[in-house]
Design a protein around this ligand. Structure first.
Ligand SMILES: [Zn+2]
Length: 153
């Protein structure tokens, strides 16, 4: 493992079942960067991670991976429907594992922290507004840019 070269056999041993399945289901070959990135998303307490976050976590774990590779794998995972990319203002984007349940985000402009929320009143009001204009919503994104309240944090 120290030389960073894996044969497929070696990788299968360190792979968790879910990661193995997810990669295969997506038609992606099992490679070290792909496995590590998937592991990070599945074990992270923070659901939303930037490419730089991922890059740093891999390096902290002692593996040599270039930032370009991280970007490439994230894009592949996005195309494969494993990850969802959230684009915010100022070229700030994060990735998260695809999930069925809809949610919106708020972004702290001080810390860059991304917080998920869902509010049924807002959801219903949006449906109503679209309907009033003769449409139904097929998708939407709502992002709140926030700052901590005085005294908080
Ligand atoms: Zn999210």
């Amino acid at each position: 493992m120290a030389n960073g070269k894996f044969s497929h056999g070696d990788l299968s041993i360190v792979l968790k079942m879910s990661e193995d399945k997810n990669l295969r289901k997506a038609g992606l070959k099992v490679t070290l960067p792909r496995v590590r990135i998937l592991e990070i998303f599945e074990s992270s307490s923070e659901r939303h991670l930037s490419a730089e976050d991922i890059y740093n976590k891999i390096r902290e774990g002692g593996d040599e991976v270039g930032l370009a590779t991280v970007y490439r794998v994230l894009t592949q995972f996005e195309s494969a429907g494993i990850l969802m990319k959230q684009n915010f203002e100022n070229n700030f984007s994060v990735y998260e594992l695809v999930s069925d349940d809809h949610h919106d985000h708020m972004v702290c402009i001080d810390s860059g922290e991304v917080i998920e929320f869902k509010n049924d009143v807002i959801e219903n009001e949006q449906d109503k507004i679209a309907k009033e204009h003769g449409y139904k919503i097929v998708d939407h994104k709502l992002v709140l840019y926030v700052k901590p309240l005085n005294g908080k944090k």
